[in-house]
Design a protein around this ligand. Structure first.
Ligand code: SF4
Length: 168
């Protein structure tokens, strides 16, 4: 375990935007305590935090829930994600060039930010969100997925990961 304030490496957590600002979530969804609990855990470890932009809110603002196929059919949205991925990818390449490890906290089932499953119509299928797909065309990523439907489980997973990193 490393001492607080003395990271063994320069570790960066790239946070999906809504983990720190739920205002951007579809249908104004809000899960109480998420940001406070997440920051409470992260603050015990010497990691850098970077908040990624929200691709959906920055494209359409407030919105209803849509499956991935509807976002794919929305004109200009993939290009918007591609532009964001260029900027984010640039930053990630800088981290990679100085061998600074990083992890992206993705969002379970998000049509834009998932790293595991997405909805196609009403079916939940394997696949990544559109922003994540665009990022992976540019850089190699490691993910840890946060599930707003399983907050305690997600937080435990993050804390376990931080403890493991501290032992490296
Ligand atoms: S999962 Fe991604 S697109 Fe959805 S609200 Fe969070 S940051 Fe925005």
């Amino acid at each position: 375990m490393y001492a607080q304030g003395h990271p063994p490496k320069d570790y960066t957590f790239l946070l999906s935007h809504c983990l720190l600002n739920q205002k951007v979530r579809a249908e104004r969804a809000y899960t109480s305590g998420v940001t406070q609990r997440l920051l409470g855990i992260l603050s015990h470890y010497p990691v850098w935090l970077e908040q990624l932009p929200c691709p959906e809110f920055s494209f359409v603002g407030e919105r209803g829930r849509k499956p991935k196929d509807e976002w794919e059919n929305l004109r200009g949205f993939r290009e918007h994600c591609s532009d964001l991925a260029n900027e984010i990818g640039e930053r990630i390449r800088e981290l990679a060039e100085r061998n600074a490890p990083f992890l992206l906290l993705s969002i379970a089932r998000s049509p834009s930010c998932s790293s595991g499953q997405v909805y196609r119509g009403k079916r939940l299928v394997g696949g990544k969100g559109i922003l994540v797909e665009e990022l992976e065309k540019r850089v190699k990523l490691n993910f840890l997925e946060f599930d707003f439907g399983r907050v305690s489980w997600s937080l435990q997973k993050i804390e376990k990961c931080l403890k493991v990193l501290g032992e490296l």
